[in-house]
Write a protein that binds this ligand. Structure first.
Ligand SMILES: O=C[C@H](O)COP(=O)(O)O
Length: 248
């Protein structure tokens, strides 16, 4: 049985004070939920949010990491460092990292390997541009992103991975894929996992949708058969909205 996962991706938002207040504000209001609750915070907030969430059902995630354990990589943060804080998940290959910071399918795959080595669960993001969608290339493109991200990942580790399907044109734009469109692509992603790892893993792997998810559309999205949660940007910044999303 797949436990849904709702992850708030704060992107480059919030100070330590704001982050701790947010956790204080939501922690008692999300504790009755059946979904896994995750906050993906900037590096500077991870330690404070980890402390603030102690004893709660809220897990924490980084938004990126390097694939090496240490070295001359100015400005980067390694899985070893995230592991020391007790980070549960790490978002890998978000479209903003692919678009603005030269993230490639190859670096995504390297990061997935190292995250798993350190017990950090990857949330691998995939998704097409508007142009690709209009050209009918969505499934081919997204499938190839998935295949490359999972290159040489052993089957025993696969269920530690979450996939987030985020059509780029739906991120922060207020446009969502219809829940049926999202479900269709997510179904295709699940088929790729079946080809790579077989029926059991295909049934169990969790695949989220992301892109303009809000309290007013979460229920419809979560009611789709193949969608196991949401990776939420804008609407995760307000505590009341986030609580609504988690308790949809
Ligand atoms: O990681 C989250 C996604 O980029 C979605 O962002 P959004 O909910 O603001 O569209």
């Amino acid at each position: 049985m797949r436990i849904p996962i709702i992850a708030g991706n704060w992107k480059m938002h919030k100070t330590i004070k704001e982050a701790v207040e947010f956790v204080e504000n939501i922690k008692d209001r999300v504790k009755g939920t059946d979904v896994e609750v995750v906050l993906c915070t900037p590096y500077t907030l991870l330690q404070s949010v980890k402390e603030a969430t102690k004893g709660t059902n809220i897990k924490i995630a980084a938004q990126n990491m390097h694939w090496e354990e240490n070295g001359a990589f100015t400005g980067e943060v390694s899985p070893l460092m995230l592991n020391e804080i007790g980070v549960d998940y790490c978002v890998i290959g978000h479209s903003e990292r692919r678009q603005y910071f030269n993230e490639t399918d190859e670096t995504v795959n390297k990061k997935v390997h190292t995250a798993l080595k350190y017990g950090i669960k990857p949330i691998i993001c995939v998704g097409e541009t508007l142009e690709q969608r209009e050209n009918g290339e969505t499934n081919t493109f997204v499938k190839s992103q998935v295949v490359k991200a999972f290159k040489d990942i052993e089957s025993k580790k696969v269920l530690d991975i979450v996939i987030a399907y985020e059509p780029i044109w739906a991120i922060g734009t207020g446009k969502t894929a219809t829940s049926e469109e999202a479900n269709e692509v997510i179904y295709q992603i699940r088929e790729v996992i079946k080809e790579l790892y077989g029926e059991d893993i295909y049934t169990e792997i969790r695949i989220q949708y992301g892109g303009s998810v809000k309290p007013n559309n979460i229920e419809e999205i979560m009611n789709q058969e193949d969608i196991d949660g949401a990776l939420v940007g804008g609407a995760s910044l307000k505590s009341d909205d986030f609580v609504e999303l988690v308790n949809f």
